[in-house]
Write a protein that binds this ligand. Structure first.
Ligand SMILES: Cc1cc2nc3c(=O)[nH]c(=O)nc-3n(C[C@H](O)[C@H](O)[C@H](O)COP(=O)(O)OP(=O)(O)OC[C@H]3O[C@@H](n4cnc5c(N)ncnc54)[C@H](O)[C@@H]3O)c2cc1C
Length: 630
């Protein structure tokens, strides 16, 4: 079954789900407007003292070190039942659930530290816990649930029952407007029919968040019992990485869901998903930070130990540059993540742009970090950990890390979608004053009124982009050796906003199609946010870790080169050519380039069609047995 949706309708659905209001200050939003509001993140926010959380992290560390055999999970492609039980005993399934419902009520900071830790033992466990509570039932209920829903479901989840989030369908990936799962109103509730693809935890979950379309009302979120009649887990999917992931194809056939299981009201499903992701997105960077730390550890020891051409390989400049990149980038990813968590925890700022930036930046950079680690390790980087061990060498699962990290650039908002989502927020100020000028559907009257509004706004705003503290030779002097980098950030923020303004006037309604340009603007913003985070952190920690200043300096120098290249490419690029070439490639014009290889035609379509109805295959659900007593 497919739902036909035009590009315009798809965009309208996404736009309606967007949180349009800004109730609190946002560092990211200001940055994209050319206003470097360092005061919103400096001084480094302090974490709430939570001895219970520190105690939990200690126990989780011991458990992960002594009881989790990451190599075995990789080999068997399965997280053992005992690990589910062990994590439940520690309370790991209730990290984000409030204490009144039996959870640990951890802050974002401690929750992310736990994911970093446990993900370093095996990334599939990080994904299990994160999908369970960052997008699964606990988080949407925390924000939108009724007291009855919380009382009914949260204690079960805190106790170790697993949850999953089911939005994706064969025909619905980045674009939820095509959603085909239907929840038809019936006496006392709804009847659910549809097929959901790639649900992480879907094979083991006993409580699901399901997104379905209620006719006439729109996409709605439901809590559904995993064992409800009519649900079949049709497949457990296998992937490039995250071999331990319990990921399903799940069919719903006439599944009854009571009315009281609607979350947040009819038609509110996508808004709930997006709001949940505002902080939920922090869990993927937490895993990327873990991968960065792990890569640094291996790269550091190996580079000093391995001698070739008369020196440890880390002393050859080509390798040294990679090691420096891994160290500086890991420091930056952690700084951005911690900062996001801290400002989310003290609830002063809106962090939706920063969280999106750290997801985008960390998923891309961690992948590069793992790739460079493999290069530093040479042939051993390509070899499996078990194979290294069997030859009597110290094992390091570098190739696994690379495979496991790859998905972070795709799920919870692919890099391309994150670029658009952040760009949408970045140009929000322009659209709110000038939106009608560039809206092809707006009539002349609306365009004229918008023109007048825009004139007044820009007359005030543009002059503010001409000068700033970044031009003063002693600007940000309190940051000592890092002051020059903050001056750069301040100047670059204004330059980036000027470029956006110029692009808006040049392309007007076509701006939204300029994905190359918008992506670079967002990537510049990510580099500037990363630089700000490392400088503020390094200064705050200068007594504890004076060496952090060196890393912050190295990172900023690397980031400035990347940002300068992005600025240059804003106006000097192959974007138009690429769009032309792609169009011709899709039309088959360059098919001759594919000559000389074997391809395997298939009788299947690229996207499988599905039909509502009962399952025709066996249920492959995995039931985690109750933990043994004692
Ligand atoms: C291991 C794994 C776990 C997952 N877990 C879950 C889960 O728990 N729950 C759930 O609901 N889903 C889950 N997903 C689905 C995941 O969120 C989607 O894969 C993701 O949203 C991308 O959708 P898609 O794969 O259909 O890509 P598509 O939407 O088909 O996109 C294909 C490509 O086009 C790009 N693209 C698409 N639209 C645009 C555009 N407008 N502009 C520019 N580029 C565009 C994309 O970035 C991508 O590169 C999971 C997927 C995997 C592989």
């Amino acid at each position: 079954m497919t739902t036909n949706v035009s590009e315009k309708q798809a965009r309208q659905v996404a736009e309606a789900a967007r949180e349009a209001e800004w109730r609190k200050p946002s560092f990211g939003k200001e940055l994209f407007l050319g206003r470097f509001r360092l005061d919103l993140i400096d001084p480094w926010p302090s974490a709430e003292a939570r001895p219970d959380a520190e105690d939990f992290l200690g126990r989780l560390r011991d458990y992960a070190r002594d009881e989790i055999d990451g190599a075995q999970i990789e080999r068997d492609a399965r997280i053992p039942d005992e690990v589910f039980h062990g994590l439940a005993r520690l309370g790991a399934f209730g990290m984000k659930i409030d204490r009144e419902y039996g959870g640990l009520g951890l802050s974002n900071l401690h929750y992310c530290k736990a994911l970093t830790l446990v993900g370093s033992a095996n990334p599939s466990i990080g994904a299990l816990l994160s999908a369970h509570q960052s997008i699964g039932v606990p988080q949407p209920l925390k924000i939108f649930g009724t007291p009855e829903q919380k009382k009914k479901f949260l204690p079960r989840l805190a106790g170790g029952e697993v949850s999953a989030f089911l939005l994706t369908e064969p025909d619905v990936g980045s674009d939820p407007a095509r959603l085909g799962t239907v929840a038809e109103p019936v006496e006392g509730g709804f009847r659910l029919n549809g097929v959901k693809l790639w649900a992480t935890n879907g094979t083991v979950a006993t409580l699901l968040v399901v997104m379905a379309r209620v006719p006439g009302k729109g996409i709605t979120a439901f809590v559904v019992e995993g064992d409800a009649e009519g649900i079949t887990v049709e497949r457990r999917n296998e992937f490039l990485g995250l071999r331990g992931l319990e990921n399903s194809v799940t069919r719903f056939h006439d599944v009854f869901v009571p009315s009281e299981n609607v979350i947040g009201g009819l038609g509110k499903g996508l808004k709930i998903a997006l709001t949940t992701l505002n902080t939920g997105r922090l869990s993927l960077p937490a895993m990327c930070v873990g991968a960065g730390k792990w890569s640094l550890n291996v790269a550091r020891e190996w580079s000093a130990d391995r001698v070739q051409w008369g020196r440890p390989v880390g002393q050859h400049e080509a390798v040294a540059k990679k090691l420096s990149f891994i160290a500086a980038t890991t420091y930056a990813m952690e700084s951005m993540l911690d900062l996001c968590c801290l400002i989310a925890d003290d609830d002063r700022n809106d962090i939706r742009i920063e969280a999106a930036l750290v997801k985008l930046f960390a998923s891309e950079m961690a992948w590069q970090v793992a790739d460079e680690l493999i290069q530093i390790r040479g042939g051993r980087g390509f070899e499996k950990a078990d194979s290294l061990e069997a030859r009597g060498e110290r094992s390091a699962e570098a190739e696994q890390i690379l495979r496991d990290l790859r998905i972070n650039r795709i799920f919870e908002g692919s890099t391309e979608i994150m670029h658009l989502l952040i760009a949408r927020e970045a140009v929000d100020a322009h659209l709110s004053v000038a939106g009608d000028i560039i809206d092809p559907d707006a009539g002349l009257g609306r365009k004229a009124r918008a023109g007048a509004r825009a004139g007044a706004f820009y007359a005030k705003w543009l002059p503010t982009l001409a000068v700033g503290r970044g031009q003063a030779p002693n600007g940000y002097a309190e940051f000592g050796p890092l002051a020059g980098h903050l001056r750069y950030v301040e100047r670059a923020a204004r330059k980036q906003a000027r470029s956006t303004f110029y692009a808006m006037s040049r392309w007007q309604g076509k701006m939204e199609r300029k994905q190359g340009f918008l992506g670079r603007i967002v990537d510049i913003g990510a580099e500037l946010f990363a630089m700000s985070a490392v400088c503020v952190r390094a200064r705050a920690e200068r007594d504890l870790h004076p060496e952090g200043l060196e890393l912050a300096d190295a990172f900023c120098r690397q980031a400035r080169l990347r940002a300068d290249a992005l600025f240059a490419a804003l106006w000097d690029n192959t974007d138009d050519i690429d769009v032309r070439v792609a169009k011709r490639a899709m039309a088959g014009r360059y098919a001759f380039v594919e000559d000389g290889i074997i391809t395997h035609p298939s009788e299947h379509a690229w996207v499988a069609a599905w039909e509502p109805g009962p399952a025709t295959v066996e249920d492959v659900r995995r039931r985690i047995p109750p933990a043994p007593e004692g």
